[in-house]
Write a protein that binds this ligand. Structure first.
Ligand code: OSB
Ligand code: MG
Length: 372
């Protein structure tokens, strides 16, 4: 397929409810979408970079500038057999994985549409439904949090993940476990702790957590290995895993027993599949993380989650938990069993609502091969 044009666009979407982590609270998402025009077919990709460089060093402005100056020029006008060929063309540019993923995934999307096959099959998936959990942010009070858990547990979600930080952790977990002794529960610290808090982190062991996600520094593997030896609970790494080599190092050193795969964080479907395969060989379960995606990124997460080793419920949940109106049709819905059924249509199986996207667009720019 020939890459004829790349359109980058920023849309703005207000969240139904604010989302707070150890690094801050957000009410709105500024989302960078990529459209790749290949032989007249459009593929869509979503850049999961945030509005600020808080989760990772990338943010929407670095992604925009990097795509425009480097990533789009590296692929425009090229003839590619598959989305798989994209990473090699962008490898010269270091980092900027979320920006790269938006482009690569748009090409996989276009490829699936062109070949008239479902994206999940193209990626090598086989599941006909995926297991869903929810990630619940830090709230204004424990009462607010308990109300939220009530809603999500009643909706059927298979796992509840709570955001924690010093001052919003042990007491919160205690209250939650007192009310729901049986629910599958995990927590995510987004790097809010340090190794000298090991005694405090050991208190988490009493809550029978499925995992503790990213307790220590965002770029660390070594000290997580030290911490894992001190805890009964399993550590899951998110931020620290940038590529398959990080995953291999984490497994080899015993830094975690579970890995959260986010296709944006690792630079696209190709690298996500490598991590998946490496974890499968080492009997390390993975699950699909979320970045408060619009329907486009959400549909891609669903396709990825059909791979064999996505054995734990992901953070991929219903559109309506985030948006009044999503930019795909139908919206992503979750069954009362906490699953999402996999669609058999070509591409993601969801239609992109271009007319709604136009209305939400704050800026857009089309890059072409001849304008290099
Ligand atoms: O660490 O998993 C995370 C959202 C934004 C940034 C980082 C994270 C998250 C989530 C939300 O936990 C997952 C979702 O519901 O999309
Ligand atoms: Mg996380």
């Amino acid at each position: 397929m020939k890459i004829e044009a790349i359109t980058i666009r920023e849309i703005r979407m207000p969240l139904v409810h604010f989302f707070e982590t150890s690094f801050g609270r957000i009410y709105n998402r500024r989302i960078l979408l990529v459209t790749a025009q290949c032989d007249g077919v459009n593929g869509w990709g979503e850049c999961v970079a945030g509005e600020d460089p808080f989760y990772s060093s990338e943010w929407i402005e670095t992604a925009w500038a990097t795509i425009k100056a480097y990533l789009a020029p590296a692929i425009l006008g090229r003839e590619l057999a598959s989305g798989r060929d994209c990473p090699a063309l962008m490898a010269r540019m270091r980092g900027h994985r979320m920006a790269k993923a938006a482009i690569e995934n748009a090409l996989w999307d276009a490829e699936a549409r062109q070949k008239n096959v479902p994206l999940w099959k193209l990626l090598g998936g086989f599941r006909r439904e995926i297991q869903c959990g929810v990630s619940i942010g830090i709230q204004d009070s424990i009462e607010h949090l308990l109300d939220k858990i009530d809603v999500e547990a009643a909706a059927g979600y298979q796992r509840i993940k709570l955001k924690v930080k010093p001052g919003w952790d042990v007491k919160v977990l205690e209250r939650v476990r007192a009310r729901w002794s049986e629910i599958v529960l995990s927590c995510d610290a987004n790097s809010a702790y340090t190794l000298d808090q090991v005694e405090h982190l050991r208190e988490f062991d009493q809550f029978n957590l499925l995992m503790i996600e990213q307790p220590l520094w965002n770029d660390d593997i070594y000290y997580h290995a030290r911490l894992q030896r001190e805890l009964r609970s399993s550590i899951c790494l998110d931020e620290s895993i940038r590529h398959a080599r990080d995953a291999a190092a984490a497994v080899e050193t015993g830094a975690c027993r579970i890995i959260n795969v986010k296709v944006g964080r690792v630079g696209g479907f190709t690298e996500a599949r490598k991590i998946h395969d490496a974890c499968l060989r080492n009997n390390i379960p993975v699950w699909c993380g979320g970045m408060l995606e619009s329907g486009i990124g959400r549909a891609h997460n669903i396709a990825l989650s059909t791979l064999e080793n996505f054995r734990l419920p992901g953070d991929v949940s219903a559109s309506k938990r985030y948006w009044k109106e999503d930019i795909i049709e139908p919206e992503v819905e979750v069954t009362s069993q906490g699953t999402i059924g996999i669609r058999d249509n070509a591409g993601t199986g969801y239609r992109v609502r271009e007319e709604l996207i136009e209305k939400l667009t704050a800026r857009q720019e089309t890059l072409r091969a001849d304008s290099k």
